[in-house]
Design a protein around this ligand. Structure first.
Ligand code: ASP
Ligand code: MG
Length: 471
């Protein structure tokens, strides 16, 4: 049995938690040793909050331009990781070794921060390098903790195991052919009965420059590795029950979904369910490797199993997600232009600015196009649209509204089954909620729509009730 297990976020918030993660790894390993040998690959993300801290600190340091501030930051940051290591690692010899590794990495981080501070500029490339330290500090701590309880763990960066990516910093993707290297490197460690502890989230370009695969990217690392080494299963450990029918903070009776298909899970993760990295499903679909989202607080629980579509997955509407901080931009093209010309220009400028579009719809008679985007990107999008007409008048005018919420209803059973959309929108009708925009992909796995922010929660509840989701 070959398993990839990923840990991250609150699961590794401090030394005590890292210690219990290590105990769990040992249990899984030894449990299987009684029967079939279990080969484990561990993927770790940064300690809780660390990636956020690095993402906030780097631009702040550049803005302040004071080397003293870098030093202050590094002292506190080092203390956080040293304390975690001291609390988690019980063997003093291992601890000494890990602390010296941490010091080395911390010095590199300090140099990088001083560099951007003095240059006064933070490129996407240097940002990836700086945030990579989150995982590069966590991996030695977790590997050391495992060593101190008798497991032969080795820590490796993404580049070390062959995660070679393109140079799309902040959103890098594996290059073709990389899988073979990953397989060769990891299987030779496994053959020596080692437990590799791999940094999630980060890779390297062919030239050895560090990249990241986007926020939450450790899930993606785990599934890339799982596919490359033909794992039997991939377990993503979280402090949640699994994939839920809705956000339990918003919807009462939200329940764990025991079984979900790859396609459904993909739709959910693209549509704001923060439980998975959006690209995490892709690598395993072809090989049909099952993914389990497991709950650290209830390790015996089966969690949610993500696998191929089956009779379990046919529920018409299984889950509802909302993306709360969204803005809708309505763009009216010039009457003399075709809808394709208008669309071409709009999408070109939005793409050039790196604006991610969540939903699109158009009204051809008026040549209007509406796009829904993340509110954090609203300013960028509006600036881009403002400049469109400098290259020929294409747009007549546009308006935006950030007081909206995008929602997605997901379920494999809606494909080809009439009446699902009818039910969704009659739930809205019953609540007296009016729909601002609608879209449904032709794959019919997802109906998405936009409502006013203030209507969002009760709409979601009404739909959740209507389809008895989670039951
Ligand atoms: N540490 C990275 C992040 O916070 C990657 C991950 O957690 O999966 O986005
Ligand atoms: Mg994280």
């Amino acid at each position: 049995m070959r398993l990839v297990m990923k840990f991250g976020g609150v699961a590794i918030a401090d030394g005590r938690k890292i210690k219990s993660v290590a105990d769990l790894v040992k249990n899984v390993k030894e449990d299987a040793n009684a029967g079939k040998t279990k080969e484990l690959v561990i993927v770790t993300s940064a300690l809780f909050d660390v990636t956020d801290i690095l993402h906030e600190t780097a631009p702040r340091i550049v803005k302040e331009g004071q080397v003293e501030k870098v030093k202050e930051f590094v002292v506190a940051f080092r203390a956080k990781h040293d304390t975690a290591a001291s609390d988690a690692i019980t063997d003093p010899r291992v601890l000494t070794k890990v602390k010296s590794e941490l010091k080395e990495r911390m010095d590199e981080l300090e140099k990088a921060l001083i560099g951007v501070c003095l240059v006064g500029e933070l490129t996407v490339r240097s940002c990836d390098y700086i945030v990579s330290f989150g995982e590069r500090l966590a991996a030695p701590i977790l590997a050391g903790t495992l060593q101190s309880i008798g497991i032969d763990a080795v820590h490796l960066t993404g580049g070390d195991v062959g995660i070679i990516t393109n140079d799309d910093y902040g959103n890098a993707q594996l290059i073709t052919g990389a899988e073979e290297t990953i397989r060769a490197r990891l299987t030779s460690l496994l053959a020596d009965n080692k437990v590799p502890v791999v940094c999630g989230y980060i890779g390297e370009t062919k030239k050895g420059i560090i990249t990241t695969t986007g926020r939450g990217g450790s899930d993606y690392t785990a599934t890339l590795i799982g596919a490359a080494i033909a794992a039997d299963e991939i377990w993503l450990w979280k402090e949640t029950e699994g994939i839920m029918s809705a956000d339990p903070k918003i919807i009462k009776d939200a329940r764990k979904i025991p079984y979900i298909s790859y396609r459904e899970a993909m739709e959910l993760s693209y549509f704001g369910a923060s439980v998975l990295h959006p690209r995490a499903i892709e690598p395993v679909i072809e090989k049909q490797i099952p993914i389990r989202v497991k709950n650290l607080l209830m390790p015996e629980d089966e969690g949610t199993l993500i696998g191929k579509a089956s009779e379990h997955t046919t529920k018409a509407a299984k889950a509802i997600t909302l993306i709360e901080s969204t803005s809708i931009i309505n763009i009216a093209g010039r009457a003399v232009k075709s809808i394709s010309e208008v669309a071409a220009r709009i999408f070109a400028v939005l793409a050039a600015e790196g604006v991610d579009i969540i939903m699109i719809s158009h009204g051809s008679s008026e040549r209007t196009i509406s796009v829904v985007i993340n509110s954090a990107q609203q300013k960028k999008a509006i600036n881009a649209l403002r400049n469109i007409n400098t290259e020929g008048a294409v747009i007549r005018d546009f308006t935006s509204n950030s007081n909206v919420c995008a929602m997605g209803v997901v379920g494999a059973g809606m494909a080809g089954s009439p009446g699902v959309a009818g039910k969704v929108f009659s739930a809205l009708g019953n609540e007296g909620v009016s729909v601002i925009m609608i879209s449904q992909g032709s794959s019919e796995y997802n109906i998405s729509f936009v409502v006013k922010k203030e209507d969002a929660y009760r709409t979601a509840q009404a739909i959740h009730d209507m389809f008895e989701m989670g039951k």
